[in-house]
Ligand binder design. Structure first.
Ligand code: 13P
Length: 251
């Protein structure tokens, strides 16, 4: 049985005070969430203070990015141990904004993914296509390529415990959601691809989220799809009330 993971991705939003106030409110609103894991991936400078607030609650924390080296002369970067030391359980790897705006390629993301696993962090690896790729029919090849490159050298045991997020780039922050059927089609394909790269057990264990304009009003139909194991939520994760409605989709 895969437990859904509802994870917020705050991107470049909220100061420490704002972050602390939000999780303080959120932890009360999601305290009775049933059979759902809850996480907020926040800007790194907020995590230490947030961790004090969420301690003992069912809200876990994640980083939005990190570097793969243990330490050294990498100005501006965070190591896996640093991310762990502020209480993170998760780390997002390869969000399309990291790929597109900051030029992160699949080779680098594979190193980050392995560093997360080696440091006992659960990676949330993001994959997805642009509108152009969808319309020109290379969608399935793109997904296959991102999986092969991103998971290169990663063993089945680690793949079972990690998280994938299918985020069609054209649906991020645009208000255009993939229909639940479109999301299910690709997520099912991702699961089949994992089965062919590894085995059926690995494919049945890995959690695969959908991300892209998930809101309180559409979460229920997205979660009704058999292969979708939660959501990676941008805009609607910024307010405790809207994110808690997403977490409590099954109430
Ligand atoms: P929105 O929910 O704002 O579309 O963002 C999705 C996303 O990029 C989550 O990582």
């Amino acid at each position: 049985m895969r437990i859904p993971l509802m994870a917020g991705n705050w991107k470049m939003n909220k100061t420490v005070d704002e972050a602390v106030a939000m999780v303080n409110e959120l932890k009360g609103l999601v305290a009775d969430a049933d059979d759902v894991d809850v996480a907020i991936c926040a800007p790194a400078v907020n995590l230490y203070a947030m961790n004090e607030v969420v301690e003992g609650s069912n809200v876990d924390l994640g980083a939005e990015n990190m570097y793969w080296r243990d330490s050294g002369a990498y100005t501006g970067e965070l190591s896996p141990a640093m991310v762990k030391s502020v209480g993170c359980k998760y780390v997002i790897v390869g969000h399309s904004e990291r790929r597109e705006i900051f030029g992160e390629n699949d080779e680098l993301l594979n190193l980050k993914l392995k560093a997360a696993i080696d440091n006992d962090l659960t990676p949330i690896l993001c994959i997805g296509e642009t509108l152009e790729e969808r319309e020109s029919g290379v969608l399935f090849e793109k997904i296959k390529f991102q999986l092969a490159a991103g998971l290169s050298g990663v063993q089945a045991e680690a793949v079972k415990d990690m998280v994938l997020a299918y985020e069609p780039i054209w649906a991020i922050g645009t208000g255009k959601t993939a229909t639940p059927e479109q999301a299910e089609e690709i997520i099912k394909f991702i699961r089949q691809t994992i089965a062919s790269m590894y085995d059926a057990e690995t494919a049945q264990s890995i959690r695969i989220q959908y991300g892209g304009s998930v809101k309180p009003h559409n979460v229920k139909e997205i979660m009704a799809q058999p292969n979708i194991d939660g959501a990676l939520v941008g805009g609607a994760s910024l307010e405790a009330e809207s994110f808690s409605k997403i977490v409590n989709f099954n109430k």
